[in-house]
Design a protein around this ligand. Structure first.
Ligand SMILES: Cc1cc2nc3c(=O)[nH]c(=O)nc-3n(C[C@H](O)[C@H](O)[C@H](O)COP(=O)(O)OP(=O)(O)OC[C@H]3O[C@@H](n4cnc5c(N)ncnc54)[C@H](O)[C@@H]3O)c2cc1C
Length: 294
């Protein structure tokens, strides 16, 4: 029935698909189905169909902050990677949920518009970036957001303003609601294209210098505790290189847990819990995971 629905509505899909291929950590079992609608209308129909048929679902962007359990996901993953609209109206940039944050930042820079530079090099899409309120090097994606279009659990399209998004550090209103982010509008400021490019290239180089980009990961495994840096705390506890199975605290950046090749989701969770416990014992600070485990 699901297959027929997807075929009839021309929604691309994979069945019994390994989630390793869809997350940057390269772990996880299989999903019953990964559906990739390319318009909000198709996504809306899909949400209605899944609700009517009581089929569970989960939204996925580029999978750079999510890991799935080794048992897999017995439902439909709705991947918004095909929502690729990217346009400019004056200083208002509109980007579909599937546009990479890096290409949105580059597009803005090429048009001499400032505001999205901090997103350059974050390996996620606009949808995942808005959901997470992603940020780096002193900036957050929310800083220049004007509004976000989303589909609610009934497949109805709505718009929320920046204030209604309730952004704070790695937090947004979308975490409390089962809403599918369709696109976001950013109010950008005039900037100098060459200066913006130089800043973006500098932060990209800092990423290459400091982060273990050659190994699968979900970026920083832990949120920044108030008043501390997770990586510094982990490093001071001597935990670089600590391993559980194929999961390892990166030797290059203690804030990253990496997959050395054959890690399972269980390895990653056990290692993250071990790190949390040791840091709490030695430093009295409770780390909270930034990566999302499904
Ligand atoms: C090497 C590396 C470096 C990183 N550096 C940074 C960094 O500097 N700063 C930072 O903040 N993060 C960083 N990250 C983490 C990650 O890239 C961000 O959290 C990013 O915002 C996730 O985007 P995504 O598209 O991959 O989302 P996913 O990982 O696919 O999803 C993240 C969450 O968003 C939800 N979601 C995704 N798309 C939608 C949608 N369309 N509608 C509703 N919900 C949706 C998912 O359900 C999930 O809960 C890094 C990751 C890696 C691997």
């Amino acid at each position: 029935m699901l297959k027929n629905f997807l075929l009839q509505n021309e929604i691309a899909a994979h069945f019994d698909e390994s989630l390793k291929k869809h997350t940057t950590f390269r772990v996880g079992g299989n999903a019953m189905c990964i559906a990739m609608p390319d318009t909000a209308e198709k996504a809306s129909l899909l949400l209605k169909f899944l609700k009517e048929n009581n089929i569970r679902h989960y939204f996925l962007g580029n999978g750079s902050n999510v890991i799935f359990r080794d048992e897999g996901f017995d439902g439909v993953i709705i991947k918004t990677f095909n929502f690729k609209t990217l346009s400019l109206d004056g200083n208002i940039l509109t980007a579909g949920a599937g546009v990479t944050m890096t290409s949105a930042a580059k597009f803005a820079q090429e048009n001499s518009l400032a505001g999205l530079e901090c997103c350059y090099g974050i390996p996620g899409n606009i949808g995942g970036g808005v959901y997470m309120n992603a940020g780096a090097y002193g900036g957050e994606i929310s800083a220049c957001i004007e509004s976000v279009d989303y589909l609610d659990e009934n497949g109805e399209l709505h718009t929320v303003t920046k204030e209604e998004c309730d952004f704070s550090y790695r937090h947004s209103v979308f975490m409390k609601n089962n809403w599918l982010i369709v696109s976001a509008r950013f109010a950008l400021k005039e900037g100098n294209s060459a200066e913006l490019l130089a800043f973006m290239e500098d932060i990209m180089q800092r990423r290459r210098d400091k982060q273990p980009l050659d190994k699968p990961s979900a970026g920083s495994s832990f949120k920044r505790p108030v008043g501390y840096f997770a990586a510094a705390l982990i490093d001071e506890c001597g935990l670089k290189g600590l391993s559980v199975g194929g999961a390892q605290v990166s030797e290059k950046h203690a804030g990253f847990i990496v997959n050395t090749g054959e890690a399972t989701c269980r390895d990653i969770v056990r290692l993250a819990d071990k790190v949390t416990q040791i840091v709490l014992e030695k430093k009295g600070v409770r780390l909270e995971k930034e990566m999302i485990i499904i």
